[in-house]
Every structure is written in structure tokens, then in C-alpha cells.
Design a protein around this ligand. Structure first.
Ligand code: ASP
Length: 320
């Protein structure tokens, strides 16, 4: 499967959600656009130099993890018990190799640990203390559990905890970012087609605010929140994880293309606008097919996102 045009394509997301209750100022929106633009440019430059889709998606997600605007790595949301539990996954569409980690709180860049699991090859998903021991063995940077904390996320937990709700990252903040922090899914992700014709997907998250300790969402589950197959598409999801798990969202897009001959756009629309809403699922996803077609579909009011083809200037967007 060659990328017939040899033109690389990349897309990233920083979570989906509802528009902030308070009026968003142009400056606040600009901060998100700037962060997305900078990260897009770094990943795009790597792809144009011949980087693999796997390397480019991991780079983009690592930069998103380090940016406190997004709910992954530093800036991750809190569990009900005021702790952090991070999940991440990567998948290589060329080989169907995959790696994921779940429920960790000491690995600075969770996507690097997921990549190390993929490269090790013995297992696909490591959780908790075992995942952290593996990351330590691999020499990955470890941090104290409160490295990930930000005051904004703590206030978000306090607002939400009394309501008994479990909410996505952008549902519930004191500041007024474009998407309502108390009603937003703040997972980050990237999908890419490289100049060699290969696809990859990577996703990383702090999960959902006020989640029960031990809860694992769709992000690290291969086929639910993350999937890549050179024969069809690469997909990274963000939203109410339980529903994405129940419809096997990422894999379902690839299956609709492989078995039913659906186009990427039709497959993504069916999952995002039919299968997910039918069981109360909200959020969105980014996907690229083997021809370089893109879908950035969401059923929420907005999704932080960016995409670029070849050396064209990246396009970033927040609302529909
Ligand atoms: N899908 C993520 C989860 O359920 C949340 C998100 O997208 O922000 O853990």
C-alpha cells in the first residue's frame, strides 16, 4: 500500500466538548490555536523529513501531553479521590503492532511508555504498578504523582464532585477556555499517513474528572479509542469513553471500510452520529485513510483540532 502521492498527512485533537458557558475571549481561543499550530508544525516538519507515521504521532501526542491546556500528562484531570490515573496507546498500521498503558501516575510522558510496550512486543496493554515498573526499566522519566496537577483541574474536580457526575475534561472550569472545562473531553491524539504509505494513531488522556479510581476508558483499549491499519484507516477518539468502548468505535470505522466498502467519511459519520448517540455517547474522533482522506467528526459543540497535508500551513479549529 503506497501513499501514491507521497504527500504526508497529519491530524491532531485536544479533546471534544461543549462551548464554554462564559463568553470566550479572542485571546483565550488564540491560546488554543497557537498551541495546536505549534504542535502541528513540529509533527508536520518531522513527516516532511521522512519520519514514520508512528514517530510523528508519538511526537505530536508527547507535545500535547506537556501542554497544560490539554487533559493528558501535565494538566490531567483528577479522579474522585483527587489523584491522577493516566492512559495512553499507540498503534502502527503497517504491522498492527500496538502498545498501551493504563492507570499510571508516575510516568511523565505516558505515550512514550505505550510506545515502549509496542516496541517490546511481548504484551499490548500494561496497567498500574506493573506498567510503571516497565517504564522505569526502560529508563523513561518518572515524576511524583502531583507533577500532573494544576489548580484549574483541582477546582474542576471540586465543582463536579458534589454533583456526583463523571465528566469529560472540558466540562467544568473556572477560567473560560473555548470549550466548557466542566463539559469537555480533554484527551489528546494524533493520526498520520507518512510518505511511505503507512498509517499510525496515538492517544493519551487523564480520563474523566471525578472518575472512580481504577476506571479505565477507551483511550488505551486497542479498537475502542485507538486503532490503525494500513489497509483502511488510523483513528484516535475523544469522548465519553464507556460508550466508545461499547461500540468498539475506532475499529468499527475500519471494519465498515474493510467489510462494507464504506468511505472514511461515511464510516466516521455512522459511528459518531449514529452508533454513539444511540447509546448516549458524545465526543468525536480524528481519522485518516490510506489515501490521505481526513475525517474530523464530532457530535459535541466543538473539538480542539488541527490538520495539515504536505507542507501546507496547518489548519486549526475549535467549533463546528
Ligand atoms: N475518552 C476519554 C476517557 O473516557 C476521555 C476524553 O476523551 O477526554 O477516558
Amino acid at each position: 500500500m503506497k501513499n501514491s502521492s507521497n504527500i504526508p498527512v497529519i491530524a491532531i485533537h485536544g479533546g471534544a466538548g461543549t462551548i464554554s458557558a462564559a463568553t470566550t475571549s479572542a485571546a483565550q481561543a488564540q491560546a488554543y490555536h497557537d498551541a495546536l499550530q505549534n504542535i502541528m508544525r513540529a509533527a508536520q516538519a518531522a513527516l516532511l523529513k521522512g519520519a514514520s507515521a508512528l514517530d510523528a504521532t508519538c511526537l505530536a501526542v508527547e507535545l500535547l501531553e506537556e501542554c497544560p491546556l490539554f487533559n493528558a500528562g501535565h494538566g490531567a484531570v483528577f479522579t474522585h479521590d483527587e489523584t491522577h490515573e493516566l492512559d495512553a496507546a499507540v498503534m502502527d498500521g503497517a504491522t498492527l503492532a500496538a502498545g498501551a498503558i493504563a492507570g499510571v501516575c508516575h510516568i511523565r510522558r505516558p505515550v512514550r511508555a505505550a510506545r515502549a510496550v509496542l516496541e517490546d512486543g511481548a504484551h499490548v496493554l500494561l496497567a498500574g504498578a506493573g506498567a510503571e515498573a516497565f517504564a522505569r526499566e526502560r529508563g523513561l522519566e518518572m515524576v511524583g504523582p502531583f507533577f500532573f496537577s494544576t489548580e484549574a483541574r483541582r477546582q474542576q474536580l471540586y465543582r463536579v464532585r458534589d454533583t456526583g457526575r463523571v465528566v469529560t475534561d472540558h466540562e467544568g472550569a473556572a477560567m473560560t477556555p473555548p470549550l466548557d472545562e466542566d463539559k469537555k473531553f480533554g484527551t489528546v491524539g494524533a493520526v498520520a499517513l507518512d510518505m511511505h504509505g503507512h498509517l499510525a494513531a496515538a492517544t493519551s488522556t487523564g480520563g474523566m474528572t471525578n472518575k472512580r479510581v481504577g476506571r479505565i476508558g477507551d483511550t488505551p483499549l486497542i479498537g475502542a479509542g485507538t486503532y490503525a491499519d494500513d489497509r483502511t484507516a488510523a483513528v484516535s477518539c475523544t469522548g465519553s469513553g464507556e460508550m466508545f468502548i461499547r461500540v468498539a468505535a475506532a475499529y468499527d470505522i475500519c471494519a465498515r471500510m474493510a467489510y462494507g466498502g464504506a468511505t472514511l467519511e461515511d464510516a466516521a459519520r455512522a459511528v459518531v452520529h449514529q452508533s454513539l448517540p444511540a447509546i448516549g455517547g458524545t465526543g468525536g474522533l480524528i481519522a485518516i485513510d490510506r489515501h490521505g482522506n481526513l475525517s474530523l467528526a464530532f457530535n459535541s459543540e466543538g473539538m480542539y483540532r488541527g490538520h495539515a497535508r504536505g507542507d501546507e500551513a496547518p489548519v486549526t479549529a475549535i467549533f463546528a
